[in-house]
Design a protein around this ligand. Sequence first.
Ligand SMILES: NC(=O)c1ccc[n+]([C@@H]2O[C@H](COP(=O)([O-])OP(=O)(O)OC[C@H]3O[C@@H](n4cnc5c(N)ncnc54)[C@H](O)[C@@H]3O)[C@@H](O)[C@H]2O)c1
Length: 330
Amino acid sequence: MNILVTGASGRIGKVLVPTLLEQRHRVTCFDVKVPDRFRIDPGISWIQGNLAKSAGIKELLRGQDVVIHLGAYMSWDKKENKKLFSSNIQGTFFLLEGCVQNSIKKFIFVSSGEVYPESKPEYLPIDENHPRKPTSFYGETKLIGEEMVQYYARACGLQAVILRISHTQNSSELLDPSSFFSGPRFFLSARIVRAKKLRNKAELDVLKPFWDGKEKLILPIGTDGKAFKMHITETRDIVQGILLAVQTDLPSGEVFNIGYDVPVPFDVYIPRMSQLIGIPYVTVTFPYPSVWYETSNAKAKRLLGYNPKWSFDMMVEEAAKFHRKAENPL
Ligand SMILES: NC(=O)c1ccc[n+]([C@@H]2O[C@H](COP(=O)([O-])OP(=O)(O)OC[C@H]3O[C@@H](n4cnc5c(N)ncnc54)[C@H](O)[C@@H]3O)[C@@H](O)[C@H]2O)c1
C-alpha cells in the first residue's frame, strides 16, 4: 500500500517507517524536520513541510491509500497554545479535508491518553468510554482532533481509526537526563529546569531544597500520600498497535487505548533504577494529588489482537545498558 506518515521524524515515526518498509509498503514521510539518515533511503519519499499550512497538503495525499497521522506538537507551556492550535487542530483539519478530496482508504489518528483526565480519573481502569476531559491544552487539541475525525467519518464516509496512546518512550530515553520526557520525570536537575521554564513556583519551592549540586532520581508522592503510578509504553509496542490498526478491518470511527498491560508504580521502580545506575533517589511530596491511574487495553487485545511485549522491567534493563554505555563510551 501507499502510506503517508505525518510526524515521521519523531520518536514513533522513526520506528514505524522502517517497519512499514520491511512490510513492503511504499512510504511517504512528512514532517517539519527531516532526519538525515532517512534522506538517503531510496524506499522513502520525503516531503518537508508544515501541517499548519494548507498549501501542498492536497498534493501530498494524491495516490495515498492510508494516512498515519503522528504529526503533532507537544508542549505543556501555556505560552505555546497558539502553536499547539495551529499544528494539531488546524493541521489535522487540513489533512482530513485533503483525505476526503483524495478518497483515502484509511486514516489512523494518533491521539493521546491525555484526552482523559488522567490525574483525576472518574473510575479505573480507564477504558474507551471514560469521559474525556483533558487537563492540558495539548490534550484538548487531541480531543478536538478526535471530534473532527469522527465528523469526517460520519459525514464524509472517511474510514478512520483513533488510537489513544499511552505515554511512550524508547527504552534508551528512560535513564537519559536530557530526554524531553524521562529527564524531568525521573531526574531532579531536569525537573528543576522544567519547573523554571514553565514558571511553576509551587513545584520549584518543593524541589529546590533537595538540590545540593549532585544528581538524584525523584520518587514523586502526591498530597494524598500515594506514589505516582502511570502507563509508560515502549515505542515498539505502540508501533505494533498502529500496524494492527492499519491491517484490521474495523467499523469507521473505532477508538482504542494502546499501551502496555499494567502501569508503572514509581515506588517499586525508582529504587530499582537508582540501584541500577548508582544515583540516589529522594522522595518528593508534590503540592497536588498524585498522578495515579491505570488504563485498559482490553478492547485492543480483543479486536486487534494487540499483545504488547515490553514490560517496564525489560525497558529499565535496556535503559541501564544505554546508561552504562553513555557513562563509559569506550
Ligand atoms: N510520546 C508520547 O508520550 C505520546 C503520548 C501520547 C500521544 N502521542 C502522540 O503520538 C504522536 C507521535 O509522538 P512522538 O512521541 O513520536 O512525538 P515527537 O515529538 O517525537 O514526533 C512528532 C513529530 O511531529 C512533527 N511535527 C510537529 N508539528 C508539526 C507540523 N506543524 N507539521 C509537520 N510536522 C510536525 C515533529 O517535527 C515531530 O517530528 C504525536 O501525535 C503525539 O501527540 C505521543
